[in-house]
Every structure is written in structure tokens, then in C-alpha cells.
Design a protein around this ligand. Sequence first.
Ligand SMILES: [Zn+2]
Length: 308
Amino acid sequence: MMFGTNDNQMHLLNTCPICNSAGQKAVGQSKDYLVSNEIFTLVKCSVCDFVITNPRPTPENIISYYKSGDYISHTDSRKGIFEKVYGIIKGYMLRRKTLIIKSIAKKPRFNILDYGCATGDYLLYLQDRGAVCLGYEPNQDARNRAKQKGVSVLSNDNELLTDHYKNRFDIVTLWHVLEHIPDLQEKVKLFSGLLTQNGAIVVAVPEYKSYDANYYGFDWAAWDVPRHLNHFESKTLTMLLEQNGFIFEKKYPLLFDSFYVAMLSEKNKQNGIAGIIRAFFIGLLSNLKAFFGPIPYSSQIYVFRKKQ
Ligand SMILES: [Zn+2]
């Protein structure tokens, strides 16, 4: 398999995707533990502090970095211990996300777009409860699984540019998707155009300023380079959304992500059983530190409302 080790497969961003400033400095390097074992550099904007993977694979080349049996969100597999844990969390999260979505929609029957819907379980769950659902998923295997379950899924997001979808959705969700998107400004503008007048965008992202991120340093699994191109914090995410006509409304913690990410981080370091035990304590500590202190949870759900 070919990876982006030569220059024509890599793309260097010269300006910040959020504030457009040219000043940037390297803050560290992280390894792709999942697919290529390559090292990638993380740079921080010297004006707004936004952290990105730079250089990053081109949109054509990045596809090869998703080709792993381990890229768990694209499968329904429940074989090993990590997959078992993932399956249990997934069930809990379906219920929790639905409660959150219903409170944001403020009406029983609503239109929702899940951008990056993976295997479609979440949309199916909502659909069974009366929501009108559409997904978008670029990964063919994941998309086919979603379709087999009876979920409508687009393969090409250019279809969303047609008048048919304009101002159509009450909610657009991006569950751990925005960190993967190369053209942030274009996509956030697209989402704004898809939403109804009082529509909301729901964004879940990992937080590199969390306790578990700080503990694992550049071995933290949620750097997930080069699949994660963007590394958000509350400030930069809010800037991006405000620039495009949204207002921050509220946020929720994702309490299981700290355990899951800590476990994957320990797995990356091949720390065995001791690592799994330590991951539990780091995950717990991360949640406690975020609950009592100013630092964020390992991952958070942000809700932004479109300005009237
Ligand atoms: Zn910037």
C-alpha cells in the first residue's frame, strides 16, 4: 500500500483554516498507530492557537489511511475486548445522543442530517423513533451497511448543494467528524445553508486540552493522525462556528470517551493488562478533573444554533 511519504501525496497548509494567519509553529509529532506507522507533525496557529496536522495527505491520498480492519467506527465487529467495550458504549451512546437531540429539536418530528454517519446505527435508532433521517458517508463499506439497515445515505456531499436540501434540516450532527474535514470553512457554510432558520448543529470532538490527552502526550490515541486533520478546543471551535453565523448554545461531556481513548492509548504503547487497568484510572481521573476543574472532558458535544 502506498502512503504519503513523498511530497506529491502530501499537502502543506500555509494559512490557518480558521483565522487565515500565516504564522504557525510545530508543537509536536504523533504516530499513525493504526495504519501506516508514519510520523506526522502537529502545528499551532500563532494567532488563534488552532492545531492542525500539517502537512497532511491530500484528499485523494487520505483514503488509504482509513484502510484498516481496526477502523472500528466503520465496522459492526464485536470480536476482541476493545470491540466488546466499544459495542457496550455504542448502545449507551445511542440512547444518550437521542435524549440530547430531542431536547435540541424542540419538536417530536424533525429532519436530521448525520454527516459522516458511518454504519448508520444512530440514524436507524432515530428513524425508528419518528425522525426524518438522511446520512452522508464517504466510506463505501460503512455506507453499504447503513443502507442495508434501511437508512438513506448519500455517497457524494455535492448532492447537498442542490436546492432540494436547502433549509431542510432542523439538526445537522457531526459525531467525531469535524476533525476529519479538510475544507472546514466550506463545509460549515454548507451546513448553515442546509439548516432551517432556527436549526442547530451538533458537533462532537476530542479535546487535546483534556487530562487524558495531557497524560499520554503525543501517544494520545485521539490525535489519530493523519485521519484527524483538525484538533479543536472550545475557543477555536466556537470561532469557526461564529464566523459562519452560529451562536454557542450548550455543551455536554462524553464520559466514556476518556476510558476508551485511554485504553487505545495504552494499546498503542503495548502496555498489556497493566495498561488496561491504568487506562481505567486515567479515564476516571480525566472525568473528575473536568467535572471539578476548568479543563475539558476528553471529548465533548457542542450545540450551536443558527442565528435568526
Ligand atoms: Zn489561526
